[in-house]
Design a protein around this ligand. Structure first.
Ligand code: PMP
Length: 375
């Protein structure tokens, strides 16, 4: 888009040439509370005045890490007892894959076609799209890909499988929610084989779907939960959560299993803590549900195939790639930022900040509808 950014506030991004854009992608599902939320900015200032980096993660006791971890774990099911903090989504998945290998003593993984888990080599190994994988082969061996939402994928799970990794709602694959019955069967099959279930909630986490995490819609709890993106309220941070029992295996042989210098950076943790506190105290989960209702009922008519997704993690599928480009371009001209997902160019990602007003939502709906009409 070649926008030269001057500043960003609330739902808007401003360029150096003086234009303003309504941000309907939120930096790819990051700025859920809008840009520069005052409580996050205040927490950042306070932490910056106290200290920046002081030591490699895990060595010292740092208040922002503890405060954030405690508040987060208090919201999660009892089996989710500990979090390991890193810097990004792909690092969270790397850690989760390593943890599953170490805990189970197995090396096989089951992953899904069209998934996206990140661009480092472990995460790329379980990402189900050849165009991203092929230039870097060979990747991790022993990864088996199944069809998302298909019972045939369950047959790939055996006593050799360390873990199954999936996004409960595939993001880059085109905003495809898992089927509830299928996810329940997947959980059951993992239990039968002592295989760990890893949920990558890097895109769906922290309120985007109208719950803190998307797995809450399904009543299916993973063994390892990966998070990043909206977690830091605009600051870089990631993490993976699991039980004490599973995390025990990270404590020996070698004594440090997943060292990270900057993981859980105190400034990022201060932002993550303020972000989570505000998410829990405000009206954001309900607002995500309202966004779903407004967008799904408003976006109907010629050219539209489907609006799918949960809460404010939505995808608008149009009838052709050319039409999609036309709509995205027209919205851009009218000052609305929309974009594709990585694996699909016929689907517009709708991921507004959760602070967006009805008026702003209707502006986006009307702009899309008039772009569809004048195609
Ligand atoms: N998993 C999912 C589901 C994602 O959407 C992304 C980012 N698009 C990642 C992992 C990778 O996260 P990061 O870019 O922070 O490494």
């Amino acid at each position: 888009m070649a926008l030269e950014i001057s500043n960003a506030k609330g739902c808007y991004i401003y360029t150096s040439s003086g234009k303003s854009y309504l941000d309907f992608i939120s930096g790819i599902a990051v700025s859920s509370l809008g840009h520069g939320h005052p409580k996050i900015i205040k927490a950042l200032h306070e932490q910056i005045d106290r200290h920046l980096h002081v030591m490699v993660y895990g060595e010292y006791i740092q208040k922002p890490q503890l405060e954030f971890a405690q508040l987060l774990l208090d919201q999660l099911p009892d089996s989710m007892e500990q979090i390991y903090l890193v810097n990004s989504g792909t690092e969270a998945n790397e850690g989760a894959l390593k943890l599953a290998k170490k805990y189970t003593g197995r090396s096989e993984f089951v992953a899904f076609n069209n998934s996206y888990h990140g661009d480092t080599q472990g995460s790329l190994s379980v990402t189900g799209r050849d165009i991203y994988r092929d230039p870097y082969l060979p990747l991790l061996p022993d990864v088996y890909f199944g069809e998302f939402n298909s019972d045939s994928a369950l047959d790939l799970i055996s006593d050799e499988t360390a873990a199954v990794i999936l996004e409960p709602i595939q993001g880059e694959g085109g905003i495809i929610p898992a089927d509830k019955k299928w996810l329940t069967s997947l959980r059951k099959k993992c239990n039968e084989h002592n295989t760990l279930l890893i949920f990558d909630e890097i895109q769906s986490g922290f309120g985007r779907t109208g719950k803190l995490f998307a797995f809450e819609h399904y009543g299916v709890t993973p063994d390892i939960l990966c998070m990043a993106k909206a977690m830091g309220g605009g600051m870089p941070i990631g993490g993976f959560v699991s039980s004490k029992q599973i995390f025990q295996t990270f404590k020996y042989d070698p004594p440090l299993n997943h060292v990270t210098t900057f993981g859980g950076h105190p400034v990022s943790c201060a932002a993550a803590h303020a972000n989570l506190k505000e998410l829990l105290e405000g009206n954001y989960f309900k607002r995500a549900q309202e966004i779903e209702t407004i967008m799904k009922s408003g976006l109907k008519g010629k050219g539209i195939k489907e609006v799918r997704g949960i809460g404010a993690m939505l995808g608008l599928e149009l009838e052709s790639v050319e039409l999609t480009k036309h709509v995205v371009d027209q919205c851009f001209e009218k000052g609305i930022l929309l974009g594709w997902t990585l694996h699909s160019n016929q689907l517009i990602r709708l991921a507004p900040p959760l602070i967006i007003s009805d008026e702003q939502l209707n502006f986006v709906i009307n702009t899309i509808l008039s772009a569809l009409k004048n195609y």
